[in-house]
Write a protein that binds this ligand. Sequence first.
Ligand code: ATP
Length: 445
Amino acid sequence: MADQTLMDKLVSLSKRRGFIFQSAEIYGGLGSVWDYGPLGVELKKNVKDRWWRAMVHARDDIEGLDAAILMHPRVWEASGHVAGFTDPLVDCKTCKARFRADKIMDAACPQKPSKHPGEHTTCQLTEPRMFNLMFKTFMGPVEESASVVYLRPETAQGIYVNYLNVLQASRQRIPFGIAQIGKAFRNEITPGNFIFRTREFEQMEMQFFVKPGSDMDWFEFWRTVRMDWHVALGLKPEKLRWHEHAGNELAHYARAAYDIEYEFPFGWNEIEGIHNRGDFDLGRHQEYSGKKLEYFDQPTNERFLPFIVETSAGADRVTLTVMVDAYREEMVEGETRVVLGFHPSIAPIKAGIFPLVKKDGMPERADAIFHALKRRFPVFYDDAGAIGRRYRRMDEAGTPFGITVDGDTMASGTVTVRHRDSMVQERIATDQLAIYLGEQLGNAG
Ligand code: ATP
């Protein structure tokens, strides 16, 4: 399977099965903005729920937050985004295409044969100029500079400006963290690779506030926890690696930074960043707001500005990663079977329910099972076509279990449960199904 074809196959499967659609497709689409369909919204929500459970509910030292997208414009001056959230942009005067100067070797010149920008004799690249990635808009009825607001390019700043509020309201003590999932917007110069790099996306960020001096220990702690999370999500460990930011790759605010990278069909790329941001953020907000943001540590009678260790992952990017990782094709009885082998906990549908044939009371029995299970699990009823086809449709949607009502069900009260990956079938008593599914999904963590 050629690698680019895998991405093409995923894009078309996503549309066909209702995972992801191009935004406003009937108008020709909007560049690098995507909509999640019935299966996609469940998949992404399950990814976010897993993150929230691991990062908030399972811990007693992290609190949740949902800050607004629009913030006071001074926030973005303090954070450095107004002055410095830029990418170097180059234009080609010949083909009018735009590229990021620092990613030119990842880009393709639109001219044929396929080469990198600048490699054709006809290419005429301009000198790089800096381009701010923040989307600007206006608050209130007047479009003037005094009313400029930005669509946030990251969720982190909403956490920093609320750090004292959360600290006081929750009565946490340092070390503690604040977690948030929310939309971010970046006017990326070269978006692409499906939902890998988009202009509107969701981040899952956690900022951990620590005593200066303990920061590198916490940094190592969170590196381990976050890598383990991706492995527990079902990603193949051999497709994951660390990339250390060294020298001039390190952002101005960072004391240390590592990316978790995944091997996509288009190469190794970042899915999450873990950063030791020192006291840069709180220092800047203290300076720009004029409000003291120090922490008073009662046991030691010390006052200090906490250091921050950040874990920052993209919900859409992780969703793409689980789709790429889960996709496989197998030959079964002379036919290709496409499977999305999702970890059961993130599968959009947990079980398909099928009457073997549309007679002898089987549809009624299957329908009753469907409605009973639907109260606890997202399940799907399907009576259309041959049973083999119905299994295949569920394999493609990543559904871990297929439940079939057949002649024996009517006699013995048992159904066939088929496992997506092994295709092994076993018989389970109808009245045990909810317990069985609960156990199977619970065991899957
Ligand atoms: P890149 O180098 O890929 O532009 P970055 O280093 O700017 O990414 P961060 O600012 O650290 O990324 O953002 C944290 C996470 O947010 C990334 O690891 C990624 O998962 C996600 N993310 C960032 N930009 C985008 C985007 N344009 N589309 C989708 N997800 C994104």
